[in-house]
Design a protein around this ligand. Sequence first.
Ligand SMILES: Nc1ncnc2c1ncn2[C@@H]1O[C@H](COP(=O)(O)OP(=O)(O)OP(=O)(O)O)[C@@H](O)[C@H]1O
Length: 676
Amino acid sequence: MAPIRPVEEAERCSQSSSVEDQEVGDYLVARTRKNRNCDYMLFSSDALSHIASDSKASEKYTWLGERLRLTFKMMRSDSRLIRTMCHSHGFTQCSNKNPAVNVIWMGAPVKSIKMRELMPWQRLNQFPRSTEITKKDRLYENIERSKSIFGDAYDFIPEFYVTPRENKKMEQAFDRVAREIAAAGGELCFPGEFIVKPTNSRQGKGIFFANSMADIPAEGPLLVSRYLKDPYLVNNHKFDLRIYVAVTSFYPLVAYVYSEGLARLASKPYDISASSSESDEYVHLTNYSINKNSTSFVRNESMSSEDLGHKWTLGALLRYVENEGKDAKLLMLRIEDLIVKSLLSIQNSVSTASRTTLRFASTNFELFGFDVLVDQSLKPWLLEVNLSPSLACDAPLDSLLKTRLIADLLNLACIPLLDKKIIDSVTPALRKSMNSQESESSDPDEIELDPKCARTLKRRPVGLKRSVQNKRIVSGTTSLIPNNEKKFEQIVRKVELEEGRRGDFIRVFPRNGTWGMYSPVMEDLGNDDFDERLSEEVIVKKNMKNSSGHVSPSNSSTSASSSSSVHIEDLSDLFHDVMMQCDKYPSLADVPIEVREIISPWYEQASGYTKKITQEGETYASKLPVIRSTARLRTKSCAEFYEGRKIQMAKKKEAEAAALKENEPAVSQSISAKRV
Ligand SMILES: Nc1ncnc2c1ncn2[C@@H]1O[C@H](COP(=O)(O)OP(=O)(O)OP(=O)(O)O)[C@@H](O)[C@H]1O
């Protein structure tokens, strides 16, 4: 089988690093200038090719995790991909009650308050209050709020109403739409001018169409939004895009878009003039979970074709668009724009919650699934944002794409390589520090580590930096909980570190020019100015270094030579106009030169989205590997939990089989009775 990624990644992580002296508490964010990657776990999708066999090859990936006794737990999630990825890198799964764990993977929203307990070396795949974007009604309301402040720069969601709260407004909207259509001599669209969805359901469950208040049930809450009836079609089929987005910090905002994604096609040709038929959903809804049940659905079981059947790769879709003579890369810049703006619309809520719940920088990261519909003018519309997007791998393309995605995501999360002994030793002191900070009665500088801890630290296990032995930690002369400024410094260093670990993720915020373009449409979050300062640290200073000090900060924030005469706010207005007006600016060549100079480097980077992910002649695993039992490391309590579950499932199956047997005579009797 072809290697998915070069194996050097894993080899690099097995080398020991020489680490320069660091400040106390900074061992959670590496500052090593050379060989940065060595202080954090490196994940490779290639590890999955070996974990099913007993081969020596898998040891290359598992030994470090096993030696450092790294652990993970999964809560309200049973993602096989996450489990397989962690086991393939030597992680031990622990029960979900165990608090001392390196990685926590949550499949549902966690209460912000629970995040207060996170230790600096722990990683959790969620930010507090990110449900502000993942709950349909909250997402739409947040974007609407930003639109009311910043205007049409936020015009990328369809008109919407939430029932029963906005029944009155909705009734007026139904009337208005009917009048407008009648005045234009048209007819209400089939199957409906509005699409209705329960606010907290997924997989297309409970969706229906409406043309008047009579179609809306009294129970709610429901999200009623204008049906986008002119979608861009692929071979006459409607489609939507699943774009994967990783956020490693909300304030300052640090966001990445994955260069590989999916296009989900409806299984029946698009037709809004058709008369009602029972298979409407296969025409108008593009959810995989719905269309896979259609008799016309074609699975893409191919190992090398990315545009076969009804699930394509994002790249294949964009290449199709390019073949039709359209500017697919500009489409992707517009999608990046709506992603950044959606995240900005909740930045205030998340950062307020984070300030009171997250003690340490870098403990949280999150993967979102953005669902985007593209209309005939190639304007992208945001339909919804998924918390914990599906990681199911039921076709070769899914396995290939999602294993790479998760390896790159976990690399971005920067999981520190700290031995469990160290963690156990430092934990009591940190807990004490955290508790004292909570009660605000004692100065955290007074914290002393347990003398046993000092002894353990002297034995510096593999992966632990010399800095942890630093006398200041042991004598406790410095606060173990970073203040706001310290957290900011750590984020700056982590963003620099992420640059070398982002794999196929493209950083869309911050990057060259984003501060100038987005600051006029961002809320003021107080005096910290973290977004501006991060941009200064990781963009402006880098630019200055690259051009040996000739670039002035103001220039580099726009990165445009001909734009220096245009006021930055006017330039920003023009940029947002370009992002929203697809008819007016259909391709890069139509974009005014001042804006083109700013977005040209982004446009070049967007080539990453159009590339093929499969290679001619290579074959890829069609499913995730089954992990051999010796590699499936579990703590005792976790193994007991799984054992218990296995017994429960077996009993359930037995009971079901018995019930079926009992019913059998009755059923066959009734069948024979009918025949008679
Ligand atoms: N406003 C709209 N205009 C046109 N089509 C829409 C609109 N809203 C939703 N759809 C179609 O309905 C499908 C389901 O919508 P949506 O993704 O919002 O629901 P869901 O049940 O949450 O699905 P998911 O499984 O992706 O979470 C979309 O994939 C899209 O094809």
